[in-house]
Design a protein around this ligand. Structure first.
Ligand code: ATP
Ligand code: MG
Length: 137
């Protein structure tokens, strides 16, 4: 079994899509094995998105990510990383396949509703960024 890290970004939480998105995650067969709601500090957002420091979209991304509460989850199942990225769709909601989370709930960039780890290495880093081992069921 593989684990991945999932985030519902401030736009999705503000628009009250938590329940809909959790329902669609569970419908894939992935199990939600840890959950937390929080509002990112600037320092946390910078740490989470350190790889994008210096890019043109970095400041708008940090501003967006700190503007309201988020939900963070650990998902577990076979091919969890790929399964959840397929559920999300392409990064840009206007390019995302029909009925993906980003097509349905994203409104643009950076407000694309969700995040998911893109590799086993990023999944490990991102899970550890938000959860200790004893918070994962
Ligand atoms: P995420 O890491 O959030 O799952 P991703 O891996 O598909 O998304 P990245 O390239 O890592 O995409 O970009 C991280 C986030 O930065 C995107 O999800 C989006 O919110 C924002 N972003 C990326 N590119 C742009 C852009 N050109 N303009 C505005 N925001 C952007
Ligand atoms: Mg990414």
């Amino acid at each position: 079994l593989e684990r991945t890290f999932s985030m519902l970004k401030p736009d999705a939480v503000k628009a009250a899509h938590i329940g809909d998105i959790y329902q669609q995650i569970e419908a894939t067969g992935l199990k939600i094995v840890a959950v937390k709601m929080l509002q990112l500090s600037r320092e946390q957002a910078e740490g989470f998105y350190a790889e994008h420091h210096g890019k043109s979209f970095y400041e708008p991304l940090i501003a967006f990510m700190t503007e309201g509460p988020i939900m963070v989850q650990v998902l577990e199942g076979e091919h969890a990383i790929e399964t959840y990225r397929n559920l999300m769709g392409a990064t840009d909601p206007s390019q995302a396949a029909p009925n993906t989370l980003r097509a349905n709930y994203g409104s643009g960039m950076p407000a694309n509703a969700t995040h998911g780890s893109d590799s086993p290495e990023s999944a490990s880093r991102e899970i550890a960024f938000f959860f200790s081992d004893d918070e994962i069921c």
